[in-house]
Design a protein around this ligand. Sequence first.
Ligand code: ATP
Length: 235
Amino acid sequence: MLVVKNLNTYYGNIHALKGVNLEVKQGEIVTLIGSNGAGKSTTLGTITGLLKATSGEVWFKEENITKTPPSQIVKKGISLSPEGREVFPALTVEENLKLGAFTRNDKKTINETYDRVYELFPRLFERKKQLAGTLSGGEQQMLAIGRALMSEPQLLLLDEPSLGLAPNLVLLIFDLIVSINKQGTTVLLVEQNANMALSIAHRGYVLETGKVTMSDDAKILCCNEMVKKAYLGNI
Ligand code: ATP
């Protein structure tokens, strides 16, 4: 479904992605793990067209989208839930969700998506008139994911959904990612919580200083000694 080929991305003269290759197949949860500054967010930013690749290609459903503008990429079926949540604090929960549907016109099907999101996140339904800036961290994370779902993406990109959440909420968010995937959405999950990410993913990639250094089935990666030492905290 998604093929990233030899992607190079720079911030000025900082070479953040150094020839990244990865693939996500329809129906999968694929995780991209790596330390701070490895280039995980940059990879998602480049896939979604928010950052421009200097070279390399991004293909989605056999179409080259490397130079496609971000709003068109959303329309084609890719949606991003960004790191740090980035909800609009002065807008209500409902208004934030509405913005997620900006590429769509059909009221009936948009309403069906509201129902789907509220069913996944009953907390958001209870708080739909509340300003997003007054939600707890976990609720804001739910809203960021819910907003990304409002475009009915075929591929959902999640940037650190567990960041800063209490352990019970982390479990809840990961359960919800599995539910979203079971409902038919393919997922590319960026995480520093490699343990949790590998426990729900089908496959994983390890990114180190802008390069993919390992890729395998999640079950194999989480037993790999190097991965254990570097990312799973059990030496
Ligand atoms: P984290 O887990 O800490 O979010 P990451 O793996 O997502 O890390 P990126 O945010 O993609 O890493 O950063 C990759 C590299 O690019 C880092 O060296 C970072 O300092 C650099 N970088 C990221 N954003 C910018 C920017 N706006 N300007 C300059 N350099 C940047």
